[in-house]
Design a protein around this ligand. Structure first.
Ligand SMILES: Nc1ncnc2c1ncn2[C@@H]1O[C@H](COP(=O)(O)OP(=O)(O)OP(=O)(O)O)[C@@H](O)[C@H]1O
Length: 358
C-alpha cells in the first residue's frame, strides 16, 4: 500500500507540530521517520494511522483519500514501544485478539484463527510459547509477539513507533535484522519511527529526516550521509568534525588546503564538515594538506582506531578514524605530528547557515 501525504499541517493549540508535510512512501518500502525528540514523528505516524486528525492536507493510501476515514477502515497494523500485550491472555490469544473482535461477517472460523495464529507464531519463531503468558516472556519475545499480533489481520501497512526502544542494544540489533526480513517476506509497506540513526540506516530503504515539525531531507541512508543538504542533516546523521574555512576567488581554503568551489562567491567564514573517516594522514608532507597537527589522544574502539588531533581550524580536537590495519602499519603515537587533508567536505555559509556548496 503506497502512502501519499500532501500539504499536511497539525497544531496543538498554539504549537505548530507539523508544517506543510509532503511525503510519498512507495508500496513495499520500509521508510523511517528519523529525528530528535519532539520533532513530530509520532504525530505524523498517528495521523497516517487515523489515530489523530490533521488540521488540513490530504492523506492518500493506495490512491484513496482517507483523511476522513476511521482508523479501522485504513487496514493498518501498529506496533509501539510499550505495546501492552493483554496480561491475562496467553500468547496465542493475544495474537488472535484482532481477529476475534472483527465483525461477525468478516471474522474467520475458530479453526482458521487457530491456523493463522500458528502461522504467525512460526513467522516470529516462537511457536513453543503459544501457551505462555506475557509476564513469562523476555522483552524481545514480547516485541515479537506484539508484531505477530499487529500482523494477524493482514494489514497492508505496518506502522512501528520505536518498536525496540526499551530493549538492550544486542537484542535491538537482532530484532532489527529480523524485522527487516519479515517486512520483505510479507511484502508489506512499513513506516518506522525512530530517533536512532543507526536503526534507521540499518533498516530503512528511505529515511525521512525531521526537525521541528518539518521534513529536512528524504533519501537513502547513503545519499543522506554522502550528500546532506543542511547543517541539521549533516550533524544529525553520523559524527562529523567542524572546521572553519573561507571561500576566496573560487576556492575553499582551510589552512594551506585549497579546493575549487566554482559557483561560490567570497565568504570570509564558512563552516566545513568532514567525517572522521574522510581524512588522508601521513608522517611525510602531503600535497595540499591543511597543515601539520599533533595527536592529542588515541582510542581503540571495536574495529576502529580513533586519533584526535589539535587543529587551529577547529574548536574541538579533530577526530580521525583509521583502520586497525593502517594503525598496525603506521603505529601512530600520542604526541607525534601528522599531516592531514580532507578527502571529502561539506560546506555551509555562516552566519545564516544555509547550504552553500556541496
Ligand atoms: N496531544 C498533544 N497535545 C499537545 N502537544 C502535543 C500532543 N502530542 C504531541 N504534542 C507535541 O507535539 C510535538 C511533537 O510530538 P511527537 O510525539 O510527534 O514527537 P516525536 O518526534 O515523536 O518525539 P519523541 O521521539 O520524543 O517521541 C512535541 O512538542 C509534543 O509535545
Amino acid at each position: 500500500m503506497s502512502i501519499q501525504i500532501k500539504n499536511l499541517n497539525k497544531s496543538f493549540g498554539d504549537f505548530h507540530a507539523l508544517h506543510d508535510i509532503n511525503l510519498n512512501v512507495p508500496t513495499g518500502s520500509l521508510t523511517a521517520l528519523l529525528g530528535p525528540s519532539g520533532c513530530g514523528k509520532t504525530t505524523l505516524l498517528r495521523i497516517i494511522a487515523g489515530l489523530e486528525n490533521a488540521d488540513n492536507g490530504e492523506i492518500w493510501l493506495e490512491n484513496q483519500e482517507v483523511s476522513q476515514r476511521h482508523v479501522r477502515e485504513r487496514k493498518v497494523g501498529f506496533m509501539f514501544q510499550h505495546y501492552a500485550l493483554f496480561r491475562h491472555m496467553n500468547v496465542a490469544d493475544n495474537i488472535a485478539f484482532g481477529l476475534t473482535v472483527l465483525p461477525r461477517s468478516q471474522r474467520p472460523s475458530k479453526d482458521e484463527i487457530q491456523h493463522k495464529v500458528n502461522e504467525l507464531l512460526k513467522l516470529v519463531q516462537l511457536p513453543h510459547l503459544a501457551k505462555s503468558y506475557p509476564s513469562q516472556l523476555s522483552g524481545g519475545q514480547r516485541q515479537r509477539i506484539a508484531l505477530a499480533r499487529a500482523l494477524a489481520t493482514q494489514p497492508k501497512l505496518l506502522l512501528l513507533d520505536e518498536p525496540f526502544g526499551a530493549l538492550d542494544a544486542k537484542v535491538r540489533k537482532e530484532l532489527r535484522a529480523w524485522l527487516r526480513d519479515i517486512h520483505h517476506e510479507l511484502n508489506i509497506t512499513s513506516v518506522l519511527v525512530t530517533h536512532d540513526q543507526e536503526e534507521a540506516l540499518e533498516m530503512a530503504d528511505e529515511i525521512v529526516v525531521m526537525n521541528h515539525g518539518k521534513i529536512e531531507q528524504i533519501g537513502s541512508g547513503a545519499a543522506l550521509y554522502e550528500n546532506p543538504q543542511s547543517v541539521f542533516v549533516t550533524e544529525f546523521l553520523g559524527e562529523v568534525n567542524v572546521l572553519q574555512g573561507e571561500i576566496f576567488s573560487g576556492s575553499l581554503k582551510i589552512g594551506d588546503y585549497q579546493e575549487t568551489r566554482e559557483s561560490a562567491s567570497n565568504q570570509p567564514q564558512v563552516r566545513v564538515y568532514v567525517r572522521p573517516h574522510e581524512w588522508q594522514i601521513s608522517r611525510e608532507p602531503v600535497d595540499n594538506a591543511i597543515g601539520q597537527a599533533e595527536i592529542v589522544s588515541q582510542h581503540i574502539w571495536g574495529a576502529t582506531v580513533r586519533l584526535a588531533v589539535a587543529s587551529p581550524h577547529s574548536e574541538q580536537p579533530v577526530q580521525i578514524v583509521v583502520s586497525p590495519h593502517e594503525q598496525r602499519v603506521a603505529q601512530w603515537q600520542v604526541g607525534e605530528k601528522l599531516w592531514y587533508k580532507p578527502t571529502q567536505t561539506q560546506v555551509f555559509r555562516l552566519p545564516e547557515m544555509v547550504e552553500y556548496v556541496i
